[in-house]
Design a protein around this ligand. Structure first.
Ligand code: ADP
Length: 465
């Protein structure tokens, strides 16, 4: 029985049998402790009444009187010293009354077979249709001593109402069993559907039909399963798109390298042409190298949910160090720099925060024309640390803002002819900010400039000391 359905069925039947056995044992104990002596006493009383009645009216027709008693629902046996005996009512299944019991009753004593019959362990003892399972009293009729043995005729006791109750019980058991089977099948059906759905997902087929409209636990399971499948589908599409983009971004510089390397074979090339081609090959190689580094960085950021190491460092110092690296470019483009940096300590992964500043600053420099202006700010509010990078650069059209942080997204390919880039910088920034539980916003106006604002959660006062 490996299926849930089979197990449910097995458990149901086992529970029914088990409860029946337990109920039977309980009733049996009750019978032995309570009912057996009571039954004996009750039947003894009846036997005594019969005996008393016979003794009080010696003109009674004994045969007729006892036959009447038998019709009411008793089995009777009488005997006397002469060994004359007579049965009334239906015959006993077993005629096993001992001589000793007969002698005892003829001697005037009572016989308590219903109470004392030792071998009966089960409640069925009460129904045991044997002569030993009777009560016995003596009576005198026409100066002759008789022994009277009596027990109820069970068949007569089973009246129509008993059959009705028994039938009711059987019908109840059958109906409940069939209903349970039906319910079990209904319960198992959606699980079978879920199993089929897992197989489909395994085969990258995300078109599922799940029982999500149910209000019970199975409906909840189907709901979570559906949203898991949606996520999987989304990330599957992203993965495919990512591979597509990566291949494309590697393909272009590789083709350039291949093309210009082929041209270099031409012996008739002038020195300056040779120099130009070599420069192109060099810059394309650098682009590939930068792309690989950025991809590696993104992958390592993707695999983290919190910083791997917690460095305590000064944010203003780190920002100044990054700016220092780009000083030459600023001077080359005659870009003015304004710094407003508060002294703020931070705990996080310094190598990743450094990447945030590097990317934002290099973008600001890339997309700001000569003689422009860049402002970098660092300040604390009640709850956050706020870092801003503003430039008076080319700005970004509103339509592009929602996609800026997507991988490989570049605003306008045409304007990038002059500007190097991979479209990965802002994705790295966003990942590194998220890793530090921060947030990033961008506001921009075309031809006027762009501002990136980063909020990082502030440290406890104790840590900031
Ligand atoms: P890229 O390597 O192309 O710079 P990023 O992910 O860093 O890639 O940026 C995505 C796009 O956002 C860029 O291609 C650029 O068009 C735009 N962008 C980013 N920073 C700025 C900025 N400071 N000013 C104007 N445009 C920007």
């Amino acid at each position: 029985m490996r299926s849930l359905y089979g197990k449910f069925l097995l458990f149901t039947v086992m529970i029914m049998i088990g409860s029946f056995i337990i109920a039977f044992l309980v009733v049996n104990t009750f019978y032995h402790q309570q009912l057996r002596p009571q039954n004996d006493a009750k039947n003894m009383k009846i036997a005594e009444n019969v005996a008393d009645y016979i003794e009080s009216d010696q003109h009674i027709d004994l045969d007729e009187f006892l036959s009447t008693q038998a019709k009411v629902g008793y089995k009777l046996y009488i005997t006397n010293h002469a060994g004359e005996d007579q049965f009334y009512g239906k015959p006993f299944r077993l005629e096993n009354l001992s001589d000793q019991a007969v002698e005892q009753v003829l001697a005037g004593e009572q016989y308590h077979g219903m109470r004392d019959l030792p071998k009966e362990t089960f409640v069925t003892g009460f129904f045991s249709d044997e002569m030993a399972n009777t009560v016995g009293v003596s009576f005198t009729y026409e100066e002759e001593q008789y022994g009277l043995f009596l027990r109820p005729d069970i068949k007569l006791l089973f009246t129509e109402i008993h059959y009705l109750l028994g039938g009711l019980f059987v019908v109840m058991v059958v109906i409940s069993l069939v209903a349970m089977l039906f319910v079990a099948r209904k319960l198992i059906q959606p699980i079978t559907k879920l199993t089929a759905a897992t197989k489909k997902i395994g085969a990258e087929d995300f078109s599922l039909s799940l029982p999500t409209n149910r209000g019970d636990e199975i409906g909840q399971l189907a709901d979570s399963f559906q949203s898991m499948a949606n996520h999987l589908q989304e990330s599957d599409e992203l993965r495919k798109q990512f591979i597509n983009d990566v291949s494309h971004d590697f393909q272009t510089p590789l083709q350039n390298i291949k093309g210009y390397a082929a041209l270099l074979h031409d012996a008739k090339l002038s020195n300056s042409e040779r120099q130009d081609y070599t420069n192109i090959i060099e810059s394309e190689t650098e682009r590939l190298s930068a792309l690989t580094k950025q991809l590696l960085l993104l992958t390592s950021l993707d695999s983290l949910t919190s910083p791997m190491q917690q460095d305590a460092f000064s944010l203003d110092t780190q920002l100044k160090e990054v700016i220092q690296k780009y000083r030459w470019l600023m001077e080359e483009k005659h870009i003015a720099l304004s710094l407003e940096l508060d002294e703020i300590n931070f705990i996080g992964q310094a190598e990743y925060t450094e990447k945030i500043w590097e990317n934002l600053l290099s973008n600001a420099l890339k997309y700001t024309l000569d003689y422009g202006m860049i402002e970098v700010g660092l300040e604390e509010t009640e709850n956050d640390i706020i870092i801003t990078f503003s430039d008076s650069g080319v700005g970004i059209d509103k339509a592009h803002i929602p996609f800026l942080f997507d991988r490989f997204y570049r605003v306008d390919e045409a304007r990038h002819d002059k500007v190097e880039g991979t479209g990965l910088g802002l994705s790295i920034v966003q990942q590194a900010v998220a890793l530090h539980q921060g947030s990033i916003e961008v506001t921009s106006k075309l031809h006027e400039g762009t501002t990136f604002t980063i909020r990082l959660p502030k440290l406890d006062e104790a840590l900031n000391d």
